[in-house]
Design a protein around this ligand. Structure first.
Ligand SMILES: Cc1cc2nc3c(=O)[nH]c(=O)nc-3n(C[C@H](O)[C@H](O)[C@H](O)COP(=O)(O)OP(=O)(O)OC[C@H]3O[C@@H](n4cnc5c(N)ncnc54)[C@H](O)[C@@H]3O)c2cc1C
Length: 212
């Protein structure tokens, strides 16, 4: 939604997660505040098709957030009626073997992830940085792919698992239980301790520094 179509006080220049029973949505600015993006994640029984380009009627989006906060209504009301896309999210368990001797995977191909901690693209970029270092440091391609995979699998598996867990946290049905679930943990501190302090340009690559 263009900023001009929204109330002036709709949201500061931050990303916001709104949580509710079996549903949450993430709202964030793009292009330095020119556009607001709305990602809604209602749980539905139907799988739909695997597509990034399937348009759905705006009315479906509106219905999925009936009764939610007036700010959510204002955002949905500002959406172009023919610009609502839907894609199904699939929960895949982590895999630990991405490589053969001369071929490896990176990004979603190696570790498709629910977007609930917003890390899929970040992991793809981290993979690229670590793979480039491994290719530079190792004596051969098979050795490089082995170094790359061993440096990355555990972190990526943790992100995949924590993303799925956040889906459960965000969708708690009972308001009191949800407040308690958030009060019981400090998500910002947790993430600062393992997620955001990771540096793909410095993470150890050599065998002896990595767990087997
Ligand atoms: C709703 C949602 C919100 C998200 N939010 C975030 C976020 O806030 N932060 C974040 O870090 N990540 C987020 N992600 C995840 C992020 O979009 C993905 O993790 C990221 O796009 C993965 O990049 P990739 O290059 O591995 O794969 P892709 O982006 O899927 O790229 C693969 C490309 O290969 C092409 N392709 C496939 N098959 C072939 C073929 N045979 N020949 C040629 N080309 C082919 C595809 O068309 C595609 O363009 C989100 C994902 C979703 C669904």
């Amino acid at each position: 939604m263009p900023r001009a179509k929204l109330p002036a006080d709709i949201m500061e220049l931050v990303g916001t997660v709104w949580c509710g029973p079996k549903n949450h949505c993430v709202v964030y600015w793009l292009r330095g505040g020119e556009l607001l993006n709305f990602v809604g994640c209602p749980e539905e029984a139907s799988l739909g098709e695997e597509s990034w380009t399937q348009r759905r009627p705006w009315q479906e989006l509106k219905a999925a957030y009936a009764g939610w906060h007036p700010k959510i209504q204002a955002i949905i009301d500002a959406a172009e009626r023919d610009q609502c896309y839907r894609w199904s999210l699939f929960d895949r368990k982590p895999i630990y073997d991405w490589s053969t001797e001369r071929v490896t995977l990176l990004g979603d191909a190696a570790h498709p992830t629910l977007p609930f901690i917003a890390q899929g693209a970040c992991m793809a970029i981290e993979d690229g940085a670590v793979l480039a270092r491994a290719l530079e440091e190792a004596g051969s391609v098979p050795e490089a792919l082995e170094l790359y995979q061993r440096a990355r699998v555990e972190r990526c598996a943790r992100v995949v698992q924590e993303s799925a867990e956040h889906g459960t946290l965000y969708h708690i049905k009972d308001a009191t239980q949800m407040k308690k679930a958030f009060a019981d943990r400090n998500i910002a501190r947790e993430r600062a301790q393992w997620l955001f302090n990771y540096d793909p340009l410095r993470v150890p690559l050599q065998d002896e520094e990595l767990p087997l």
